[in-house]
Ligand binder design. Structure first.
Ligand code: NAD
Ligand code: ZN
Length: 380
């Protein structure tokens, strides 16, 4: 048992005090884990666009002060009452959506939408007692999606932690915690392209590139990357993208451009932008009769999906996925093993690294659309 077990830990955390204002590194108090909770020492975290959306709070409900962050790798420091699956020293990836293993969803092979631990972006407290485990001079600081990994220590429900191979390097596999699994699973588990088929990927950020990687692994012969940022196209080739379309280069809807390129539409499409127009295009660009579109991006809270019902009558299918349909505890350890077995290449996603003290630089890079994933080292 570590000397900190049962004690409040004082450590550094990057606090978002206000929407859109740079995070401030503060000393915070992290309370011990309560029933079914685990306190985790975060070693590496990364920035995903979802953090930026909730930090900007333009299209999402504002909840401040808050500790953001949900893509990370760490080591268990102590466990609360009732936790039997994890022990201090275990290597874990926190996940923004959980798996209680007991509800109808967790028992279903088809769902990862756990009743108890499904993502809740508006809840800034722990489920057990409706309170935060973070405070500054006794004043509570809100959690984010049950993970709050922009802190040296965080408290997470045991159902939102995937126990992984302790030999896996946390500075690499931390990205499996969100973006990579989301894109990979959206293609492999949901879109399920057949060998030799065509796949369009909208948005070539980390999630979209992971979706493209999934299409390559599935043996798709044409992978069409769609992005408004033409700088993405060069990087995307490494991920198996064979053709590129920038919607800005055409004076007609991109779905029409893709239909012309593919003799009526792609077999599968995966939307990884979060923008409603891209979501509609991703649906409308699939082939009638068999085409399947999968939505992954997190939309603006007021976004409305508008399309002709005829598209459905013409047998185009629209699906969506959270976390690539992976169950965090049951399935994510195997994704880490895919990396360990060299089936999945993570290095090509990791383009930048900053010390925790310079976390705001990771935000700048994402806002400028530079790189893919920026790793934030907690010990620096
Ligand atoms: P990112 O910002 O790195 O990448 C998004 C890309 O989309 C950018 O390259 C951008 O230029 C492009 N883009 C934006 N609007 C576009 C448009 N209209 N048409 C074509 N391209 C467009 O973001 P990311 O980290 O890769 O995340 C992608 C999306 O996935 C975000 O919305 C994120 O919130 C979401 N996400 C969803 C889940 C889930 O489980 N459903 C999990 C993680 C992330
Ligand atoms: Zn459940």
């Amino acid at each position: 048992m570590s000397t900190t077990t049962g004690q409040v830990i004082r450590c550094k955390a990057a606090v978002a005090w206000e929407a859109g204002k740079p995070l401030v590194i503060e000393e915070v108090e992290v309370a011990p884990p309560q029933k079914m909770e685990v306190r985790v020492k975060i070693h590496f975290t990364a920035l995903c666009h979802t953090d930026v959306y909730f930090w900007e709070a333009k299209g999402q409900n504002p909840l401040f002060p808050r500790i953001l962050g949900h893509e990370a790798g760490g080591v268990v420091e102590s466990v609360g009452e009732g936790v039997t699956d994890l022990a201090p020293g275990d290597h874990v990836l926190p996940v923004f959506t959980g798996e209680c293993k007991e509800c109808a969803h967790c028992k279903s092979e088809e769902s990862n939408m756990c009743d108890l631990l499904r993502i809740n972006t508006d809840r800034g407290v722990m489920i057990h007692d409706g309170k935060s485990r973070f405070s500054i001079n006794g004043k509570p600081i809100f959690h984010f999606v049950g993970t709050s990994t922009f802190s040296e220590y965080t408290v997470v429900h045991v159902g939102c932690l995937a126990k992984i191979n302790p030999l896996a390097p946390l500075d690499k596999v931390c990205v499996v915690s969100c973006g990579i699994s989301t894109g990979l699973g959206a293609t492999l588990n949901v879109a399920k392209p057949k060998k030799g088929s065509s796949v369009a990927v909208f948005g070539l950020g980390a999630v979209g590139l992971a979706a493209a990687e999934g299409a390559r692994i599935a043996g798709a012969s044409r992978i069409i990357g769609v992005d408004l940022n033409s700088n993405r196209f060069e990087i995307a080739k490494k991920f198996g993208v064979t053709e590129f379309v920038n919607p800005k280069d055409y004076n007609k809807p991109v779905q029409e451009v893709i239909a012309e390129m593919t003799n009526g539409g792609v077999d599968r499409s995966v939307e990884c932008t979060g923008h409603i127009d891209a979501m509609i295009s991703a649906f409308e660009c699939v082939h009638d009769g068999w085409g399947v579109a999968v939505l992954v991006g997190v939309p603006h809270k007021d976004a409305v999906f508008k399309t002709s019902p005829l598209n459905f009558l013409n047998e185009k299918t629209l699906k969506g996925t959270f976390y690539g349909n992976y169950k965090p505890r049951s399935d994510i350890p195997a994704v880490v093993e895919q990396y360990m077995n060299k089936e999945l290449e993570l290095e090509k996603f990791l383009t930048h690294e900053v010390p925790f003290s310079e976390i705001n630089k990771a935000f700048d890079l994402m806002l400028k659309g530079e790189g893919i994933r920026c790793i934030i080292r907690m010990d620096a």
